[in-house]
Design a protein. Structure first.
Lengths: 92, 97
């Protein structure tokens, strides 16, 4: 496998592990979802790097799916916890 | 290694630097809103540089186009994501007192 791709993918993996610290500690739920979004972006970069490093075209599709999942998951979460409005009783 | 490869990997390394800055910001910034700034500015720029660096070296035009399209998708979702997270934050503050 191409060496620069391997090293950069490894470094991004280290960053992903570090972002888990915020996932555990971040005082508010928005902090944790921001960590999830960052994990998604890092996952896209790692998948693209591995795809280029191993000359595998399928990894580009993996990166695309990852991008969709991260974005949709975070938006779905944020939609559930809308800012409080008067007279609303349908949100936890 | 041709100059195209050198340019590509230079962009990828620069992207890695931006990702590093974004993660450091996520860990070290004092407030939710500032952490969202790290997420939207640094990480998306890092992703763009990595994708650009890889697209420059891609085997076919289709592969390069797919990489850049994925980056465009991440950018498109990251904007509303950050805005919604910032809006949801006010509710979290009330719940957690």
């Amino acid at each position: 496998m191409s060496t620069p791709a391997a090293w950069m993918a490894l470094w991004l993996l280290v960053l992903a592990a570090l972002s888990l610290v915020r996932l555990g500690r971040g005082p508010s739920e928005s902090d944790r979802m921001a960590s999830v979004q960052i994990l998604g972006s890092l996952g896209v970069a790692i998948a693209a790097l591995l795809g280029t490093g191993t000359r595998s075209p399928a990894a580009g599709t993996v990166a695309l799916v990852f991008a969709l999942l991260a974005g949709v998951a975070t938006i779905a979460y944020a939609r559930r916890y809308r800012p409080p409005e008067e007279g609303r009783d349908d949100v936890d | 290694m041709t100059w195209i490869d050198g340019l590509g990997w230079g962009l990828v390394v620069a992207g890695g630097g931006f990702f590093t800055a974004g993660t450091v910001g996520l860990l070290r910034f004092p407030d939710t809103l500032t952490r969202l700034h790290a997420l939207t500015k640094a990480d998306n720029t890092g992703l763009g540089l990595v994708m650009l660096g890889l697209a420059v070296q891609a085997e076919t035009g289709r592969d390069a186009g797919l990489l850049l399209l994925t980056w465009a998708l991440v950018l498109t979702t990251a904007g509303p994501v950050a805005a919604l997270l910032a809006a949801a934050r006010s509710r979290d503050g009330e719940e957690e007192g």
